[in-house]
Design a protein around this ligand. Structure first.
Ligand SMILES: Cc1ncc(COP(=O)(O)O)c(C=O)c1O
Length: 491
């Protein structure tokens, strides 16, 4: 067995001046890579969810000139697997709750390997017809889940950030690329949105951060006032970005009201559903996201709640022509790639020319497991976070700071009977986070909710169990009590 007696890959480096490997060398190297990855997945739950190292240590280990002569592949792959790749957050660990974690399915991982191995460049129909058709198929699945009409379309992107850039380009062009354009988003919007807006040329002082209400949803009245004030000042409002799952709390803006408002004002409505959008495959998600189908564009991340490896973002638009009008180009060098009306070139719908076939991972994993399994996996995240919220509510030590709308719960250590001031609570909770980081196998992160420091768990990994969640919350309580005992304020 290769695993028991060590790698049987070539002891020799490939022949001088040659960039090829023999069939045996390729199979051996591939087999070893597979074993290493599967081994890692099998041992994941016994590891800590986070691993990292200081730069100096890593520099000492890794900094070197590119070698002039090749080294044995066995050595190189072992180094990657032992020294480099494990020194990173184990985002797919069942107790990885920080930021937005994700846990890819195996067919999705294998699909990425195959896409690289088949060396697909899905820029145009001429260069990649089969993969282009596959992207049409998967985009059409998404279109139907969202409830978009025929004629809607979109494309895969590297992620939610790139989808936001493409969306704002489409919005800007649909508005006729006016001078002094303004866009609107909430103070809970992901920073990717404001960055996307200024990348597409919206001046930073024309990006309006509308305050959110106590439930972290955008204040519609404040939005209406800001748009009216900007129009009065001679500015040109072009787009509103609403949230379908804010990154801090999972809050969902009032999508129906946004759609009414944008229709009345002639504004482009973009919905950032990078985190929460795929909840739509469940009945509960469909109810929560009602109105999303009225948006002009929607950003989705299959590498978040659709269990795909990075990178798998997506932009959907209600009218595919809005992307084609904004991005379509016909350079001489690509003149041969115009292949009839029904052969779309995905490079004409967004930023990228050379692009991988990201749809393959979604397609392969859904073909293998079926939608019922995906639905259950998404539902499980929502159930576990609701359970976590109940636990927090019932705890004498913890205080809930936001409702578990999708898969996120925010809370802090704040015993009901202690009447602690905000400064003490801030110190105590930062200490708890640090203790979780260094002394507990789970990984969680924090956020500021209207200025209040909050501990935050995002529970969307399909391998996470209630025990994983409960034991993590118990650790927070334990570290909380310890921190409180050290922070006793004089009576
Ligand atoms: C709500 C939301 N929008 C946008 C993004 C940015 O997406 P990406 O990291 O895929 O570029 C994120 C990432 O966490 C997100 O949670």
């Amino acid at each position: 067995m290769p695993n028991d007696c060590g790698p049987k890959i070539d002891a020799q480096a490939p022949a001088d001046g040659d960039l090829q490997m023999s069939r045996e060398q390729m199979l051996d190297l591939g087999q070893r890579a597979l074993e290493l990855v599967v081994e890692r997945i099998e041992s994941l739950s016994g590891e800590n969810a986070w691993e990292g190292e200081f730069r100096q240590v890593l520099e000492d280990q890794l900094l070197e000139d590119a070698p002039e002569d090749g080294r044995p592949a066995a050595e190189v792959i072992e180094r990657a697997a032992r020294e480099i790749l494990p020194v990173a957050a184990r985002i797919d660990h069942p107790r990885s709750f920080g930021f937005i974690p994700s846990s890819p399915t195996w067919p999705g991982v294998v699909a990425d390997f195959m896409a690289a191995g088949y060396h697909i460049n899905q820029c145009t129909w001429l260069v990649a017809s089969g993969p282009s058709q596959l992207e049409l198929v998967v985009i059409d699945w998404f279109r139907r889940w969202i409830g978009y009409p025929e004629g809607a379309g979109g494309l895969f992107t590297s992620g939610g950030s790139a989808a936001s850039v493409d969306a704002f380009v489409a919005a800007r062009e649909a508005a006729g690329h006016p001078e002094r354009a303004t866009v609107y988003m909430s103070d809970q919007s992901h920073s990717a949105l404001s960055r996307a807006a200024f990348i597409v040329g919206i001046r930073r002082d024309c990006i309006r951060m509308i305050p959110s209400e106590a439930d972290f949803r955008m204040d519609m009245y404040a939005l209406a006032r800001a748009v009216a004030a900007d129009r009065d000042a001679g500015l040109n409002p072009i787009a509103v970005a609403a949230n379908a799952g804010t990154v801090s709390t999972g809050a969902i803006d009032r999508l129906e009201e946004f759609a009414d408002f944008c229709a009345a004002e002639g504004l482009w409505l973009h919905v950032d559903a990078a985190y929460g959008g795929f909840a739509i495959v469940t009945e509960r998600g469909k109810r929560l996201l009602r109105g999303i189908e009225r948006a002009d564009s929607i950003g989705l991340d299959a590498h978040k709640w659709l269990f795909q490896p990075y990178e798998a973002g997506c932009l959907l638009v209600k009218d595919e022509n809005t992307l084609r009008d904004a991005f379509g180009v016909r350079p001489d060098i690509l003149q041969d790639t115009v292949w009839g009306a029904n052969h779309p070139n995905f490079s004409n719908l967004g930023l990228q020319l050379s692009r991988s076939v990201r749809a393959l991972k979604v397609w392969m994993s859904i073909q293998v497991f079926g939608m019922a399994a995906f639905r259950r996996a998404v539902e499980k995240g929502m159930e576990l976070s609701a359970q976590a919220e109940e636990y927090v509510q019932a705890s004498p030590i913890l205080e809930a700071l936001s409702a578990a709308t999708l898969g996120i719960v925010c809370f802090r250590v704040n015993p009901a009977n202690r009447n602690l001031d905000e400064q003490v609570l801030d110190t105590v909770n930062r200490t708890v986070l640090a203790r979780m980081f260094w002394d507990d196998p789970a990984f969680m992160s924090s956020t500021l909710l209207h200025g209040t420091f909050a501990l935050r768990m995002c529970i969307i990994n399909h391998t996470t169990t209630w025990d994983d969640v409960r034991e993590t919350l118990e650790a927070v309580e334990r570290f909380g009590l310890e921190a409180l005992s050290k922070n006793r304020t004089p009576a």
